[in-house]
Write a protein that binds this ligand. Sequence first.
Ligand SMILES: Nc1ncnc2c1ncn2[C@@H]1O[C@H](COP(=O)(O)OP(=O)(O)OP(=O)(O)O)[C@@H](O)[C@H]1O
Ligand SMILES: [Mg+2]
Length: 340
Amino acid sequence: MFLQVNDLKVEFSTEDGVLTAVDGLSFSLERGRTLAVVGESGSGKTATILAIMGLHDANTRISGSIHLDGQQIVGARASTLRRLRGERVAMIFQDPLTAMHPYHRIGAQITEAYRTHHKSSAGQAANRALELLDRVGLADPRRCFNSYPHELSGGMRQRAMIAMALVCSPDLLIADEPTTALDVTIQAQILELLSDLQKEFNSATILVTHDLGVVAELADDVVVLYGGKAAETGNVRDIFYRTGHPYTHGLLASIPRLDQPRYRLDAIPGSPPSLTDMPSGCRFNPRCLFASTVTDDLCNSKAPPLKAIAPGHFVSCHLDSERQKIADRLAAQPEHGEHS
Ligand SMILES: Nc1ncnc2c1ncn2[C@@H]1O[C@H](COP(=O)(O)OP(=O)(O)OP(=O)(O)O)[C@@H](O)[C@H]1O
Ligand SMILES: [Mg+2]
């Protein structure tokens, strides 16, 4: 397995005490595949990927394990993490201006990113930068090379940042809401570009998004996060067609329709849980339409384990065992037995 995350925990020390933003998350990702991480605001998406990038600060406690091609990232030395970030892992941010230096020309930034990790002459690095600016679909790579970030449109800046992310041919590309700041036509173009580039580079991709339309289009595998835990994980067909978790159902029920405005995940009634006040039992139970149908007040009292409901398809919900209980009860009744 190329990326293997096991029992990841991310805790922040704050004035309110220790807040657990990611709580026992496990998933894996093969090369050449795209994993979508979806969930409402505050569910722990960014905290998870910052852990993979080794970018959390000293006030953050990370436990569990993250193996990238066999290399342990949790607890690795700063120099190891820096090298991984330059050579193997790259990130695309929602806002390119956070990743780019405002006062340096784009070409200089890309060539510097390249030369930090590769022995090459300034001329070779510049050629590599121009090649990538061309590859990401910028009409005039040379003009872009010589521009400052603010001189480009939002879509062009996003392409330039993708070029910068790809300059060292990363094996793992992480995109955190890469298109939410762009208008819809440009979004579609950037997503198509990401999909093409992934095939070309055979990289593993983690895509953080609020948008299930994007998931349907680009993802192979999906992790649905709720309150820092996986509510459901599986391949994209399992998630869309054999949905196991009521939260995922809720997300899908609000998928965009042509006759309605584009939706965001907050279409589910109620609000996401607060880190300082997590509901007992299943974290989703206060918003769940099915919690009252499960017996023994289980949803309120016991956290459901993440269980396989089919090979590779995991769901954390008591409904499944409830269904099983009902089925067992029916099977035990004599009239059922007699007719079978
Ligand atoms: N440095 C920090 N110190 C304290 N709490 C933090 C810190 N960073 C994040 N959090 C909290 O951790 C939780 C998860 O945050 P995270 O940024 O991972 O959410 P997210 O899923 O990326 O949300 P969004 O969709 O809004 O980007 C949130 O409740 C957030 O307030
Ligand atoms: Mg985030």
